[in-house]
Ligand binder design. Sequence first.
Ligand code: ARG
Length: 569
Amino acid sequence: MNLYKYVSDAINEKLGFAANLEIPRNREFGDFSTNAAMVGAKLAHKNPRELAGEILPKIQELDFVDAATIAGPGFINIKIRDDFILKNATAPAPYKNETPLVIDMDYGAYNVAKSLHIGHLRTSIVGDTLNRIFRFMGHKTISYNHMGDWGRSMGMVIAWIKRIHPDWPFFQNNFDANMDLSKYTFSPSELNTFYPQASALAKQDEKFMDDVHTITAELQRGHPGYNALYNIFMPISLKSMHDTIHKLNILPFDNDLGEKNAALYEAPVEKLLREKNLLVESDGAEIVVVKRDTDTAPMPPVMFHNSRGATTYDATDIMAIYYRKLTDNPNKIIYLTDSRQSLHFEQLFRIAELTGLFDTKNLEHIGYGTINGADGKPFKTRSGNAADLDDIIQIATDAVRARASENNKELDDDTIDTIAIAALKFNDLIHDLRSDYIFDPDSVTSFEGKTGPYVLYTAVRLNSVLKRATNTPKLNNHILLPDERNLLMTIMDFDRTIQSAYENRATDMIANYAYNLCQLINAFYHSCPILRDDIDDDTKQSRLYITKIARDTLVTTTDLMGLKIPDKM
Ligand code: ARG
């Protein structure tokens, strides 16, 4: 139950106006505090403290109120009855939404033939958790890995292969797509070296850059050799993306469909733009002007076709909206990318408005911050390269292994991997996603503090208590000890938390909730013996019940974060 909402609604209904309910930091004087007397005093032109005296008996009548007292200028503190808590505390369950939304979620968005790097960590982890939150709230989500698989980077890769293997059939005039091409293949790591090399060369070699542009346009126009080559490296790259996603325990994407798929809808989108007179020729390219008279910040036009006739990243995003509308007809499309793409999405949403393609209030871009190293600059590996996701996972795994041996813990490889992934993910989720953060492999893998390992450790502990128990968990009426009470109250705060996490698109609320819950679980575990011999059966049953719903609540939050709980730690 959403205890907060229950209490707040009941007070408002009783008094006939809406007041604000707060959860005080210090629960000593009450579980909730309302400013109802202040609000009511304003409405009735009365003295708040006096009005508080009049309101108090009404509040005391409410079925969940144990005690209500006046504090300060007229706040009313409310303590909830133990039996009310005992009767209503349950583990959370996914919502059945009467009016579910269809939400297209665009995150991950990896680039073909480029390895996943640190810049993809947040879009993957936060995107996956947002997806899980939306599903928990009863919405239907359709996730898209909108791959960069059709633009200049493909031209780069093909141009590079052409340079190192000019004799390969893909580049000959008599290329025959039906020949046996099985010997033309690459290892994923080899494939990942092509783009960086090509891009470095393109910076200094104009002729090569020119080739890249020509190849990109020809690929898009259906050049058989380039397309055959693309069809060879595409699945290799896709497989390595999937391997990394799987390691991170991220839900598989509903659609691995990116720019290439969107580009199939070029004709109808172009038609739409022409009908509205939105395509303007400019130095051989075609652009859409999105600037408004009211703009104060620069708002450059969007390039639809470049001067070679190639389709741009911006253009394929318009086509993707067209495609998604046609296939999913979603209520909302939500994009999660680095905040440096904000301008791109602003431009895109303006085109959606100009063309009438999609209601812009249902297009949402969430921009996340950068992951930095100790020096405050984007995190690099020791060799000074932008870190690959696989490197990051390795760094975290090594740190967990070192820590386990420091603590004389014998953990198998699977458990170490599970802990390392949880450390990485939890650390990412607990930061406000819109800000930058500093990644420190040592602190994120600590078994104490606000870390993934601490959360897992707490869950493992509860599982082990429940495994050892011979009594059936059952709530018996009793006076709650403070640590039992605090824990149950927080369990009953899950619904409010997920609701705000959903509304604010704030995954850190879930991570912080999990951490808080763990602290209260551990306090309860230390002060309220559960299975000890001197504990009577009724208390044992009750505490086991509390343990069970605490465990189930914690498991729900770890599931939302895509963390796996090891058997032992
Ligand atoms: N592949 C792009 C990148 O790595 C991100 C794509 C985001 N999604 C989108 N629909 N534009 O920068």
